[in-house]
Design a binder for this molecule. Structure first.
Ligand SMILES: [Fe+2]
Length: 226
């Protein structure tokens, strides 16, 4: 890991929190790999901007909205509390989704792109026919999503089955159902691919599978099914 990158990340993650009256605020999580480690599937430039600028902006705005909510609640200002809901959903969702996304990726040298041959692999075969069929389905649904959003592989805990869903903007998977747990989420906002793939979202969705961390998805699946 490049020392300069590490220093930059540490500076960001140890920035003074905006906490007031014990309010819990959020800081940018470290990536478990270096920005250039996912090349050529995803460029270092995209990874750095996506992490340091985009994810950081969601966190900054989420913290700001939480502080405003805290103040509005203390004052009993019902109108202000309601007004803050969309900012909380959008920026809080952005923080939740990106925190999962970083863990959904891994460099090929540590297993990124390697398909699961475990209980998740078996469940994928059972639900979708094959891993190739699942990849094709998620890529097609991600490409077809209008505007910005996410395509997900989730576990429906109530029915113990895997589902593919899309969400718009920064809506987390749970907005599609209270029993849905995200195993794998792919960001299809332009900021996730435009610098490298321009407007060709399907090419991004073809290459991202080379760095998908199925091991993480398997760990979540096994924990939730236990
Ligand atoms: Fe993003």
């Amino acid at each position: 890991m490049a020392l300069r990158t590490l220093i930059t990340r540490k500076t960001l993650t140890t920035a003074a929190p905006l906490a007031s009256r014990g309010l819990h605020t959020f800081t940018l999580p470290d990536l478990p790999y270096d920005y250039g480690d996912l090349e050529p599937a995803i460029s270092a430039e995209i990874m750095q901007l996506h992490h340091q600028k985009h994810h950081q902006a969601y966190i900054t705005n989420y913290n700001k909205a939480l502080e405003q909510l805290d103040a509005a609640t203390a004052k009993g200002d019902a109108s202000a509390v309601v007004k803050l809901q969309s900012a909380i959903k959008f920026n809080g969702g952005g923080h939740i989704n990106h925190s999962i996304f970083w863990k959904n990726l891994a460099p090929p040298r540590v297993g990124g792109g390697a398909h699961p041959h475990d209980s998740l692999g078996w469940a994928i075969d059972n639900n979708f026919g094959s891993i190739e069929a699942l990849i094709q389905k998620m890529s097609a649904e991600g490409a077809a999503l209008q505007g910005s959003g996410w395509v997900w592989l989730g576990l429906d805990k109530e029915f113990k089955r895997l589902v593919v869903e899309t969400t718009g903007n920064q809506d987390p998977l749970v907005t599609k159902g209270a029993s849905l747990v995200p195993l794998l989420g792919i960001d299809v906002w332009e900021h996730a691919y435009y610098l490298q793939y321009k407007n060709v979202r399907p090419d991004y969705l073809k290459n991202i599978w080379k760095v998908i961390n199925w091991k993480y998805a398997s760990e979540v699946f096994e924990k939730e099914m236990a």
